[in-house]
Design a protein around this ligand. Structure first.
Ligand code: FES
Length: 109
């Protein structure tokens, strides 16, 4: 078994299910996440926009930015940084690894 797979790493699913420049929702316990496939690879952030709780999996991936579908706020996917009004609070990001074609994210308590 690969060393990265432990209790804090959760399997999201096959990497091939997220096309490049796309995003999908991943729920674990009471948390929800957005998992992205960009030109630079796979990333994960909190799923809900920090402005009004809109899920970002319904947003538009543009290069390394995610546009929230509700008010078009922008976040930088790799860092979670809020980049464009009305969003001003950054998203939390989570480490991602792809092992044998499966995406895993590390979820800290
Ligand atoms: S809910 Fe995301 S920008 Fe308003």
């Amino acid at each position: 078994m690969n060393a990265i797979i432990g209790e804090s790493w959760q399997k999201v699913g096959p990497a091939e299910e997220i096309d490049e420049e796309d995003v999908m929702r991943f729920d674990f316990g009471e948390k929800t996440f957005a998992v992205y496939h960009t030109e630079e690879g796979f990333f994960a952030t909190d799923g809900l926009c920090t402005h009004e709780d809109q899920h970002l999996s319904e947003g538009l991936v543009m290069d390394d930015l995610i546009e929230c579908p509700l008010h078009q706020g922008l976040f930088h996917i790799p860092t979670g940084e809020a980049r464009s009004a009305p969003v001003c609070i950054d998203l939390q990001t989570y480490p991602v690894q792809v092992v044998e074609g499966e995406i895993y994210i590390r979820i800290r308590d």
